[in-house]
Design a protein. Structure first.
Length: 87
């Protein structure tokens, strides 16, 4: 299956199990995770990245991303576990 089979170029969102998933969600997660993990990221930007990560979680969980892939970075993995338990 190719990416275009799941979300054609002319479509920017997908509804899966009642969750709207925007094109670019996985990419946005990766960019924000890198910012959050980088010790050189200024604290306000790090907090913004954390908020953005939290907002992306429902979409990534609906995709089943964390059922297939494991986050290897310990502090990010712990943060994700904490977020998921807090729901």
């Amino acid at each position: 299956m190719r990416a275009n089979d799941i979300l054609p170029d002319e479509q920017s969102t997908l509804n899966l199990d009642g969750v709207t998933i925007r094109k670019g969600s996985v990419g946005a997660f990766l960019v924000n995770a890198r910012l959050w993990l980088d010790p050189a990221t200024p604290e306000p930007q790090r907090r913004e990245a954390e908020r953005d990560l939290a907002e992306l979680l429902p979409a990534l969980e609906a995709l089943g991303l964390f059922d297939i892939l494991q986050v290897r970075q310990p502090s990010l993995r712990q943060w994700l576990d904490d977020q998921r338990e807090g729901r």
